[in-house]
Write a protein that binds this ligand. Structure first.
Ligand code: ADP
Ligand code: MG
Length: 244
């Protein structure tokens, strides 16, 4: 029996007259990779913002994580409860080393001891296969893929139950996307539930066990990824956005 870890019921987010997320409901199961697709502007990032409370929670609806209501909770408390995320535009700290950048991910809202933080940092870097010999390099000198590894490792330092990734493949080459695919499978195999937004459909189809498609803030369809992308409405939503 799949065990629910994150449940959204009727989640809505409005900005003035615009409904960016409209009555969205779905359940993520513990241990799975759950994908979120949809054309540009369909509300994917806003949905992540609602879940993590950054900067605010939803305007309406309920979000339950691990049996506890988290909508309306302060972002640092949601983070401490075990939800960690990356952003579409990742923060860069060119003057910090790779190790220092990743360690920053453990500081947000949490009172973790020095030694525990150092251990968690190395474990997160190990999990994303970031070579030990490069861990004291300046972030500025890393490749785009190296920076992605750090972004994911930063989100893993807090040992989250759910890792939320907003378009992690952006800016990567095909071989790098293949490497990211392997990396995400490895993180998931280590017991981390993953919620991933991705524009690169090939990656999304490869890593996701279930897929939800948003269009204009509403759920268009969800289910088995291979069936979902064959749905005429999904094809139309994507082609419509490509033509726009
Ligand atoms: P996606 O991530 O799917 O590309 P977004 O969630 O970023 O889409 O945006 C969904 C819609 O909400 C867009 O129309 C966008 O302009 C709007 N939107 C997002 N954030 C804000 C905001 N802070 N204020 C006003 N409108 C916003
Ligand atoms: Mg977005």
């Amino acid at each position: 029996m799949p065990e629910p870890i994150l449940e959204l019921k009727g989640v809505t987010k409005t900005f003035g007259g615009l409904t960016a997320v409209n009555d969205v409901s779905f359940t993520v199961h513990r241990g799975e990779v759950f994908g979120v697709a949809g054309p540009n502007g369909s509300g994917k990032s806003t949905l992540f913002n609602c879940i993590t409370g950054i900067p605010f929670g939803p305007s309406g609806g309920e979000i339950t994580f691990d049996g506890k209501r988290i909508d309306g909770m302060a972002p640092h408390r949601i983070f401490r409860a075990g939800l960690s995320r990356t952003f579409q535009k990742d923060a860069e700290f060119p003057d910090l080393t790779a190790r220092e950048t990743v360690a920053l991910g453990g500081h947000y809202g949490a009172g973790i001891g020095r030694q525990a933080l150092a251990q968690a940092t190395e474990a997160a870097l190990d999990l994303v296969e970031f070579e030990p010999s490069r861990r004291d390099m300046a972030t500025a000198d890393l490749s785009v893929y190296g920076k992605k590894q750090l972004m994911i490792a930063s989100a893993l330092v807090s040992k989250p139950a759910i890792l939320m990734l907003d378009e992690p493949a952006s800016g990567l080459t095909r071989p790098e996307i293949a490497a990211l695919d392997g990396l995400l499978c490895q993180v998931n195999a280590a017991g981390v539930t993953i919620l991933i937004i991705e524009h690169v459909l090939g990656l999304l189809l490869s890593v996701s066990q279930r897929l939800l498609v948003l269009n204009q803030g509403s759920v268009l369809t969800s289910g088995d990824p291979r069936e979902v992308i064959r749905d005429d409405r999904v094809v139309e939503a994507y082609l419509g956005s490509a033509a726009a």
